[in-house]
Design a protein around this ligand. Structure first.
Ligand code: ZN
Length: 94
């Protein structure tokens, strides 16, 4: 069988993996999402983030020409930054 932790081929009778030392008695379903985590994000999530960024850019362009109060542009800029950081963190986790 294969070690559930490091993937090394070990004896079927082995109690612990000779390589990483992890017990083999744990059920294989104990860590299912560690391997089957989807690589791609949902499409709507990417589209929503893109829309927010585009809208933020448009508002920033308007604010730059003085059509919006400064507080609005600051809020939109902060929102865009939060979305950007959130996206980066999400990407790092996967
Ligand atoms: Zn192992």
């Amino acid at each position: 069988m294969t070690c559930q932790h490091c993937g090394t081929e070990i004896s079927d009778k082995a109690i612990v993996c000779f390589r990483c030392g992890q017990s083999t008695s744990a059920p294989s379903a104990a860590r299912p999402d560690a391997r089957r985590r989807p690589a791609a994000q949902p499409l709507w999530l990417a589209l929503t983030a893109l829309l927010v960024l585009v809208a933020g850019g448009l508002y920033m362009a308007r604010a730059a020409s003085g059509q919006l109060p400064a507080s609005v542009s600051y809020t939109v800029a902060a929102l865009a930054a939060v979305v950007l950081v959130w996206r980066i963190l999400k990407r790092r986790r996967t």
